[in-house]
Design a protein around this ligand. Structure first.
Ligand code: 2P0
Length: 327
């Protein structure tokens, strides 16, 4: 009997960043991180251990057949699921994302969270959310957090058992305004860039140490429903991560001139009284943390002041979902 399982997951944006692995093979991060899962950013993935094509896994992502590292990462993840389920049958995997690449939210987080849920169900396994989170981690670090909706804490832990994500209660009703200044592919992958930062940046140990305190402040601010305090530490943590990257040798600079324009605009808007704080991931685009109430107005001002960018509003969204299982 062949089981076909379909699951979906949203992507997430880190408020306190994950940057650097203490153990590469198990994907144990150096620091814990905090994220917001965003609604309307689902990747939907269907898996069936049906023999694949020509005795190999058949992988289709957004209608194309990936090669190189992209394919290797999926196959390696399927190998992990096969070894846990005690099977050796190749799979067919079809994945599609509802978010256009140009939205600046393309991420392996949603992809590996959905793949973890679909592949385990197709292999006849039933994992609880914590176990799914630990498994998704092996596909991509940020996928650990996409198992859950809303605000999510990824406990760095020290081994496979203790490195997992969990939801965090949050009454803040935040939103993210995503400002895309370039939809081009990144020049260096997150995996490579974080390794390089750890290995060569004299600022990395300082960022990692500060990040532990940043997380404590962020969680305190969430409990106190204090968005300005959260926003300040969110912006500081992301800029510190980029400072560490920029100090790598040779330097890793994901920013474009327009990235700085957005950072300055956010600062000016804050002076004008808008509740806005910037965060930036491994790319040139800026995500602006604000309130759900203010998001539309903030987006309108940003569109007016940064007309060359594509700006959209995202609200918190749900966790991983098994959509369909057929046998
Ligand atoms: C984050 N990023 O916390 C950080 C901030 C990007 C910048 O997690 O090597 O694709 O697969 O674990 O998860 C992107 O890194 O890296 C990421 P791997 P991943 O969201």
């Amino acid at each position: 009997m062949t089981i076909t399982a379909t699951a979906s997951a949203n992507t997430n944006i880190a408020l306190i960043k994950y940057w650097g692995k203490a153990d590469e093979s198990l994907a144990i991060p150096v620091t814990s991180s905090l994220s917001l899962t965003l609604g309307g950013t689902r990747t939907t993935t269907t898996v069936s251990f049906d023999g694949g094509t020509g005795g190999e896994d058949a992988v289709t992502i957004n209608g194309a057949t990936p090669g190189g590292t992209a394919r290797e990462r999926v196959v390696r993840f399927l190998d992990l699921v096969r070894s846990r389920a005690g099977m050796a049958i190749p799979a067919s995997v079809t994945s599609s994302s509802t978010v256009p690449l140009a939205a600046g939210l393309a991420s392996s987080a949603a992809g590996f969270a959905a793949l973890a849920a679909a592949a385990t169900r197709a292999a006849g396994m039933r994992l609880d959310e914590r176990a799914l989170s630990r498994l998704a981690r092996r596909g991509s670090g940020s996928a650990t957090r996409s198992i859950f909706g809303g605000l999510v804490l990824w406990n760095a832990g020290v081994d496979d058992e203790t490195s997992y994500a969990e939801p965090v209660d949050c009454d803040l009703a935040p939103a993210m305004v995503v400002v895309v200044v370039s939809a081009g592919r990144k020049t260096i992958s997150s995996t490579q860039a974080m390794r390089h930062t750890m290995n060569t940046s004299p600022l990395y140990p300082a960022w990692a140490e500060a990040s532990r305190e940043d997380l404590r402040v962020a969680l305190d601010a969430v409990r106190a429903r204090d968005l300005p305090r959260l926003g300040e530490v969110v912006e500081g943590n992301a800029l510190g991560m980029h400072a560490a990257m920029i100090a790598s040798r040779p330097s890793v600079v994901y920013w474009l001139p327009e990235t700085l324009d957005v950072l300055h605009t956010v600062r000016v808007m804050r002076d004008e009284g808008f509740p806005v704080w910037a965060t930036i991931d491994a790319g040139p685009n800026v995500k602006v943390l604000t309130t759900g109430e203010d998001a539309d107005q903030v987006a309108a001002v940003l569109r007016d002041r940064i007309p060359c960018a594509t700006t959209s509003v995202r609200y918190p969204g749900g966790g991983v979902r098994v959509e369909e299982v057929t046998a």
